[in-house]
Structure formats: structure tokens, C-alpha cells
Design a protein around this ligand. Sequence first.
Ligand code: MN
Length: 333
Amino acid sequence: MNSSLHDFFNRFQNKRIVISFHQNGDPDAVASAIALREILKQKYNCQVSIIFDSVSKISTTLLEEVKLKLEDLCDFKNEYDYIILVDTNNPVQLGETGLNLVKDRVVLIDHHLPHSEIAEFSAAHLIKPDYPATSQIIFELSECFNANLSYASKFLLLAGIIYDSRCFNLINTNTFLAAYKLVKTGLDYDKVLFLLNPLKDRSEKIARLKAVKRMDLYEAGEWIIAISKLGSFEASASRAIIQLGADLAIVANIDKDNVRISGRASTEFVKKTGINLAKDLMEPIGPIIKGQGGGHSSAAGCNGVVNGEEALEKIKEILAEKLNLSLKKISAE
Ligand SMILES: [Mn+2]
């Protein structure tokens, strides 16, 4: 038994715990919350309530499959001893949960790079940036504490690992082992894959295609950079543009009082340039749009309220500076 993990979790013994995660909770966030709740109830005699802003469409489908309603996973209301944020590196991502965060009672369990101001909002954290998914961290905790996870939790954890590892494109040395152990308990792997790859709906297909139609292309040395604008599905569109062949895709959703920018990069771009989209691009852009940015080295975003156009200009400046190359626009002809 890992004694430091034991020390870390001992604070939760007999306590009232709120578990929360970022808005539009993806399968990794939702799985982590549900499985962690089971571990804390079984092994630390906790009362645990999951409180959240919203979950994504894929998460909703997965929850329906395992017949769980997050709203039902609530042992108490109001007074709590600790809030554990899973899969969330910045409280600004919590949305409208109405949670009142008191630094000494906020605990983070996450695989994103720690936010640079983490000390201001959380006193204790278990952060493993080399993990592709928080679900893998939670699965390993369940093993370490010898917890008996339900079929639903195991099904969701496997989905969380597959989803966040981008179908095992991003792994660490134990990812396959975790997936193997989960599948071996009798999970329906085909079913998980099927539910994670729903046919895109019409509006998402159109958004992706519009992003391509509207994009400006730049070259900087060997790299091809695409910048586009959309009214929705920015993340999906930036992923699509990388699949088409760009090395870096930035898709912005700019309207009157909202700015959301999504960035994706190819693995090769991140490896060769050493540019980290979260730390080098989205975090510095956060204050410009009066919001915050975060994410991973190859997938990151920021949310704010103003200055969308300025932010896009600043992104080009930062890229030129980091690459030590100027960005040349590729003509549409
Ligand atoms: Mn995650």
C-alpha cells in the first residue's frame, strides 16, 4: 500500500464530501466522479454528493447505458467538509455549480498540468500530468484501496480512459494494463467503443465543414497553422482540422459577450517545437479575454467575455515568438 496516498486520503474519513468537475463534463470527468464516490463511501465511510454544472452529450449517453442519474448521487445538501474537483485544473471551469470554494477544503485530483495559480485555490492535490485520463488515476486508487467498484463505475472508467487517451493515442506505461484489467472484469468493450463514437449530428457536421471553409492558413517554417471562427463546436472543428493535416488549429467562437477559443496541435508539432498549448498559448490569452485558459499540451482552450479579435492576433504573435519564425499567410488561390 502506498502510504503517502493513504495519508492523503485519511483526511476524508467520515467526512461529508462534494465531488465536482468542469462544465460540460466529459466521460473522463463523469467516470472519475462516480467511481471516486464509490471508493470514498466504501473505504472512508464518507457521505458524498456529486454537484455539477452540466455534462456532455456523450456522457449523457454513457450514463443512460449504465442507468445512472448524476442527480441521484447526492447523500446530503449544504454543509460539506471537503470539495474534491476531478479532471478540473481551474475552478473557473466549474460553471454554475454555485459551489463556495474555501481553499483549505478544496482538493484536486487531476491529470491536467497544474494551473500556475493553483496555490490560490487549493491546498491539497493529487495531480499526475503524465496520465492520459483522470479515470486511470481513479482506477489505480480503487486497486490501491481494494475497493469493489460497481459494473457501472468500471464501464464508465474504461470509457473515460478510452475517451481521454483518444483511443490509446496518448498513454503512459500503465494505461493498457488498466484497460486490460477493466475489460477482464467482463465489460462490453464493443459497447463502450460504439457509445463513444456516435454519428455526429447534422449541426456538428456543418460546423466542422464551415470551419474549414472559413479558415485562414499560415505557414511558419515547416508548420501549417489554421485559424478559423465558428458559432459552436469549436473543439470538434479544431480536431477535424488537425485530422485534415494542419499542425496547429485555432478555432474561435466570438460573439457580443462571449469568447471561447479552442486549440489543437499534432503530436509532432508539440514534440518538435516544445510548445505547450495550455501553458504557452491559452493561459496567457486568458487575461486578454477577461477569462481563463487551460488544458493539455496538444489540446487546450480558453473562455472569456471580450477582445476575441485581439486574442487571435496575440496568438499569432506568441506563436511567431515561440517558433522564432514569422507566420506567412498562405493565399487562398
Ligand atoms: Mn480528462
